[in-house]
Ligand binder design. Structure first.
Ligand code: HEM
Length: 460
């Protein structure tokens, strides 16, 4: 049985292309080699296998806690400098499962009631702050919304000196981390040295973030308040099977994980949705009709179930998935998959981007067409913006919920228009993707759709 094919170019050239233009590299390789191939990206794990074949993805992602595959956290060491080694993302095996179990309750349906009020309030404050006639950069604005929402969900506050400081530090830290140089520093440990200026600056910022988070944790220890319902309070109260609580270091790493994984991703998805809605007049018209059809109905369940809104969110996550790839899985014992042999120890990545670009599943894949999600159902291995299996995104329900409530909140309040109608593609931003150039929009007028009566006190 053959091994997956691979380009013959030197490893360093492959790595540079991977850092600077990952999506065009994946498209080119898929075209040349098919839906399973390997790239040589690092000395530590040469021949990383990229998979965009739904049957193979099913085999990998349903077996990743059993015999054939596993999802070890030490393969996620790119995230270690930011998230620490006690983060759910960087832990393996039983420790990974324990952290997931301690964190999952924060994302259960019942909790969404609290988050809904936060999302609606923050969206209203942010969008109403932009005067009619002004223009704004969409991703920066959606990022302001999602960061504030995450801060409020995690800490139960988004005002006060510490919250403001943490917000500013996180924006600076993530902005620095988004440049190709920062990505290069992650892939090339040689550059992770104190004497190397950019690395040192990043580490200094990181230490400031850590000090601020630890100060908040210490204050909570000193002044316990059983009435608090934020995620930090839940995590501090959570106990594992042995009755053990999380250590402060674990708390720091998980808070950082939620703040980082939970806001930039959703911000970009929201920015793309706003872009497509305003780029394509028929999409906008249909969506506004649907939202209008809610009338006075402010039941948030009704918003979540709007079929066209759901299709718009899915299509936004399909065409340019924020996460290009799943986290890595490793082959525990040699298996054959879709005609290739994957040998013990090989590292496998689900290529979310290439799966979502398959013309057999999504005819004319470059076209934004929400209707495709109304015409047929896709399996969880054909449409997988949140990955799958042992490391499936723990914030997927939260992210979709936030996208929908924020989109309705924005569209119901403001008539917006793109400043520039030229097509915008996607590019790498740190370890995820983002619009290749800024999306600018103008606020044309205020709007007040009946559904704006989104009653923030009503739960579901
Ligand atoms: C549109 C928004 C988002 C996208 C596209 C996204 C995508 C993903 C993907 C692809 C993975 C890897 C899954 C795998 O390897 O199978 C992941 C993991 C993860 N995501 Fe998300 N995510 C989003 C939002 C969020 C939010 C809002 C949170 C938390 C509040 C979050 C927390 C996490 C965590 C903690 C993991 C690691 C899970 C583990 O290692 O067990 N994500 N996400």
């Amino acid at each position: 049985m053959p091994l997956p094919p691979s380009p013959k170019t030197p490893a360093f050239v492959q790595l540079m292309r991977w850092i600077f233009s990952p999506m065009s590299l994946m498209s080119e390789c898929t075209q040349r080699y098919g839906d399973i191939y390997s790239l040589n990206l690092s000395r530590k794990s040469p021949n990383v296998i990229f998979v965009s074949n739904p049957q193979a993805l099913q085999q990998i992602l349903t077996q990743d806690t059993r015999d054939d595959f596993s999802a070890p956290g030490d393969l996620n060491d790119l995230f270690k400098s930011l998230l620490g080694d006690r983060s759910v993302i960087t832990l393996s095996g039983k420790e990974h499962q324990r952290q997931r179990q301690l964190m999952m309750p924060a994302f259960h349906g019942e909790r969404m009631r609290t988050y809904r009020q936060i999302i609606d309030r923050v969206t209203a404050e942010t969008i109403e702050n932009i005067p009619v006639g002004h223009t704004f950069e969409v991703r920066a604005t959606t990022q302001a919304i999602t960061l504030r929402v995450m801060m409020a969900a995690v800490f139960g506050l988004n005002t006060g000196a510490r919250a403001v400081k943490l917000e500013q530090l996180l924006v600076r830290l993530l902005d620095r981390g988004s440049s190709p140089l920062s990505v290069m520093m992650l892939y090339l440990p040689l550059l992770q040295q104190e004497f190397f200026g950019p690395w040192e600056t990043q580490m200094r910022l990181q230490r400031e973030v850590d000090d601020t988070i630890y100060a908040e944790i210490q204050e909570r220890h000193a002044n316990p308040d059983a009435s608090r319902t934020d995620i930090l309070s839940m995590l501090m109260a959570a106990r594992d099977e042995l009755g053990t609580a999380m250590t402060d270091r674990e708390l720091r790493d998980e808070l950082m994980t939620l703040l980082v994984a939970g806001h930039e991703t959703t911000a970009t998805a929201l920015a793309w949705a706003l872009y497509w809605i305003h780029k394509l007049p028929t999409v906008k018209e249909k969506l506004l009709d649907e939202i209008d059809g809610l009338g006075e109905n402010s039941d948030p369940n009704a918003i979540l179930k709007l079929p066209y809104l759901d299709a718009v969110c899915n299509e936004s996550l399909r065409i340019y998935p924020v996460a290009m790839l799943t986290l890595p899985r490793v082959v525990n014992k040699t298996v054959s998959i879709a005609g290739y042999e994957l040998v013990t120890g090989a590292v496998v990545l689900g290529s979310i981007y290439s799966t979502h670009q398959r013309a057999d599943l999504y005819p004319q894949p470059q076209q934004f067409r929400p209707e495709r999600f109304l015409e047929r159902q896709f399996s969880t291995f054909e449409f997988l913006p949140f990955g799958g299996g042992a490391r499936r995104c723990i914030g997927s329900a939260f992210a979709l919920f936030e996208m929908k409530i924020a989109l309705v909140g924005i569209l119901a309040r403001r008539e917006l228009a793109l400043v520039d109608l030229r097509e915008i593609g996607a590019k790498r931003r740190g370890l995820v993707t983002a619009p290749a150039r800024p999306i600018r929009m103008a606020v044309k007028s205020s709007r007040s759709l009946p559904s704006l009566a989104l009653n923030t006190t009503q739960g579901f």
